[in-house]
Design a binder for this molecule. Sequence first.
Ligand code: NCD
Length: 308
Amino acid sequence: MEKLKHVISARQFDDPEFLLGLFESANRMERDDVFRALTGPLRGRILATLFFEPSTRTRFSFEAAMQKLGGGVLTAENARTNSSATKGESISDTVRVVSAYANVIAIRHYEEGAAEAASKISPVPIINAGDGSGEHPTQALADIYTIKKELGWLNGLRIALVGDLLYGRTIHSLLPMLSLYSGLTIDLISPSQLRLPLRYREYLTEKGIPFYEGEKLEGVIEQADVAYITRVQSERFASREEYDAVKDVYVIDAEMANRMKPEAIIMHALPRVNEISPDVDSNARAAYFRQAKNGLYIRMALLKYLLT
Ligand code: NCD
């Protein structure tokens, strides 16, 4: 695989060997997890996080990752109102200017394609930290890393993707990365209004990955090795009524979790609203908080890769 400059789409990660190397690097990051601001390999480098949409995990984990590697951070939380964007500055101008101060920029934006547009004019690496309902490639890295860590392998798994498959950008990035592994079966479980867009279904067909679509979780979750639950993306709906019609269709509770295979895992990129009830948290299958932690180490590995 050619050395990446920008990270815009999960489809750029088309080499399982490369992923393995990145996962080994993330493992080392976790093993040596000390605050290494003095000795870190990214000493003197600066990450700018430009977030035009809310975030907790993604922004904090990027910033923690950079600091643990010895680098510094410039942050525009709530950039939609707190940056010059409110004065009408275009994203391209903002990126052009910020790239003079930072060595790498992580962008979260409400418009699909924003990170890609930024990468066209940025002299420094751009990382897509979520572009509307487009993609969220670093979440997919964290997700694949988590599955590998929890289950030891990816080949041959049965994976249920549940909830908002229409607007959920984590799903849109996870699918192409999953397609690198063999023998997978994918269950796509959503209300009909939130069905996976055609282009992603076509992609699965093209890659020869068998998938099933349905609305019912019962009968599917019992077979799954991984149940990947998503939040219904309230911010993408045209009206409150449309959101209300689908908001709580799937709720995983302790009883349902216990019906899963003993070694199966439950994942969620978080934040959860009602999709997973808190009584599941103590179940050994609940991997979502471990998944959030893995996001830190994989982002450390990625930043080191991009900047050294
Ligand atoms: C996800 C996102 O922003 O797309 N969150 C995250 O990055 N951990 C999922 C979501 O908001 O539902």
